[in-house]
Write a protein that binds this ligand. Structure first.
Ligand code: URP
Ligand code: ZN
Ligand code: ZN
Length: 482
């Protein structure tokens, strides 16, 4: 596999002039302090009090504003061919929504077709993103076939900056791999210091339930959560943890939705195993009630894993606060209600799985995490940015506010209020999964490598400005492991 040239000549310089952000309060995952930030050539070059602007400097007065590292959404699916359609946000609309919502980096999943060569799938994703992305982006790679050729390609893929792999324990007959294959991937990835993420649901259990409901003519979207019980997630997380222990490999659980899964992660961590976990705003804020009271509109929230009982929310927030869950990404995989979700009007199994969320994540975490007193401002910086940067080999270029780091910032105005709505959303879909959620505090300025990418939800960046990020290998030492 050929290494992609990440220093392309046609990419414009990050910013012509310097930028000075004055009088703000900076919050990183570890510190809170008042200081000015000087930015040159897209990098932070000075942080101290009382920096005076030069004539050519663009100055942002951040008096009364809170400055965080730019958000990293490490779980998106842009322009993904999935369940007979293609997800509605591509790299252009998805990253514009990201930028307006405080996210300056996305890591999207390359998902090869069955039998497709990995290098071909990776090239196809570069084509989707190149010249379109408005913020920086990297890739994970899903391994949907596991054989000699695929395993032999892993070192080259990691060299090309894709240092994390996703394995599906669900979607039987499509994306799912079996335990033997997962073990092979864990071993091969470990050799390359790459990280394996799992979609942890017991695919056989799900397939059994789906078949049963189909036989009983239970075809409405309210059966989707019943075909994806929390026990099936807990079981798969447990099994993945045992397999990772056998392979002496770290493990990352994506889109963790319930206490049955969290308990397994907690037990593994307490027993000294390196297991990391991500959850998503939908699992912290939305519940399975939405499937019961909306008729076919419930299809808007059909995703895997599904929304869970409301009692899971507090447990997941506590897991985030206590460090068992490190990051909150979105699993953004958007489909229009009309024309896409309604493909499953007569059969919930045909509803494409996923929701739009990339533009809402940072806002929701700020309001319902920080402002509701569930997490501190430093924990917020960790959850939306720093931990994903550390897990996925982007730190400290991304994920913090420090001299030498990329000038990726989200500057919050804590005094502004708003509401999530399809009317103001930048997502390329006809509904919002979080319609009506009140917001306290909004991103005033979002800075991407020294350029203002958005100002109070107005996109001011540029399509194609985003650069491909070749990511470093997974660092176990950074997590206190040998
Ligand atoms: O419903 C979901 N999560 N759709 C996206 C694919 C995945 O499993 O992450
Ligand atoms: Zn998944
Ligand atoms: Zn996903």
């Amino acid at each position: 596999m050929t290494q992609r040239n990440t220093k392309r000549k046609d990419i414009k310089p990050a910013s012509e002039a310097r930028m000075l952000i004055k009088n703000g309060t900076i919050f990183t995952a570890s510190d809170s302090f008042a200081a000015d930030i000087l930015i040159e050539d897209g990098k932070i070059c000075q942080i101290s009090r009382g920096i005076e602007p030069a004539d050519r400097d663009k100055v942002i007065n951040a008096q009364g504003l809170e400055i965080y590292p730019g958000g990293i959404d490490a779980h998106t699916h842009f322009a993904l061919p999935f369940m007979g359609t293609i997800s509605a946000d591509d790299f252009e609309t998805g990253t514009i929504a990201a930028a307006c919502g405080g996210t300056t980096t996305v890591v999207d999943f390359v998902i090869p077709g069955k039998g497709q060569k990995l290098s071909e799938a990776v090239s196809a994703w570069h084509e989707k993103a190149d010249g379109k992305a408005a913020v920086d982006y990297g890739f994970h790679l899903a391994l949907v076939d596991v054989n000699k050729e695929v395993l032999a390609d892993i070192p080259g893929i990691v060299k090309a900056g894709i240092s994390s792999f996703k394995c599906f324990m669900a979607y039987k007959g499509a994306l799912m791999i079996d335990d033997d294959q997962l073990l092979q991937v864990l071993r091969a990835a470990k050799e390359q210091s790459a990280l394996v993420s799992v979609h942890a649901e017991n695919g056989d259990m799900l397939a059994h339930l789906m078949k049963r409901f189909a036989g009983e003519k239970k075809t409405g979207p309210e059966y989707h959560p019943l075909a994806h019980p929390a026990d099936a997630e807990g079981e798969a997380v447990h099994r993945a943890i045992v397999l990772a222990e056998m392979a002496k490999s770290p493990l990352h659980i994506v889109h963790m939705s319930c206490v049955e899964a969290l308990r397994e992660v907690q037990a593994a961590r307490v027993s000294g195993q390196l297991v990391l976990a991500e959850t998503c705003p939908q699992y912290l804020l939305l519940s399975d009630e939405l499937y019961r009271k909306n008729g076919f509109e419930a299809a808007k929230w059909v995703m895997s894993p599904p929304l869970r009982h409301v009692s899971n929310h507090d447990r997941l927030w506590a897991g985030l606060r206590d460090g068992f869950i490190q990051s909150v990404s979105t699993d953004h995989c958007s489909f229009n209600f009309k024309g896409q979700k309604d493909m499953g009007k007569d059969d919930f199994l045909k509803i494409p799985n996923g929701i739009p969320a990339v533009g809402d994540r940072v806002n929701l975490l700020y309001t319902y995490g920080v402002r509701c007193g569930r997490i501190s401002r430093n924990q917020f910086a960790a959850a939306i940015s720093a931990n994903a940067a550390k897990i996925f080999g982007l730190y400290p270029e991304k994920g913090t506010v420090a001299v030498g780091s990329d000038a990726d910032l989200v500057i919050f105005d804590p005094g502004k209020t708003g509401e999530v709505s399809v009317k103001t959303s930048k997502h390329n879909v006809d509904y919002s999964a979080f319609e009506g959620f009140k917001l306290e505090g909004l991103p005033a300025f979002v800075i991407s490598r020294g350029k203002v990418a958005s100002e109070y939800n107005k996109f001011t960046g540029e399509k194609g400005y985003g650069r491909y990020l070749s990511r470093k290998r997974f660092d176990v030492h950074g997590w206190g492991f040998e």
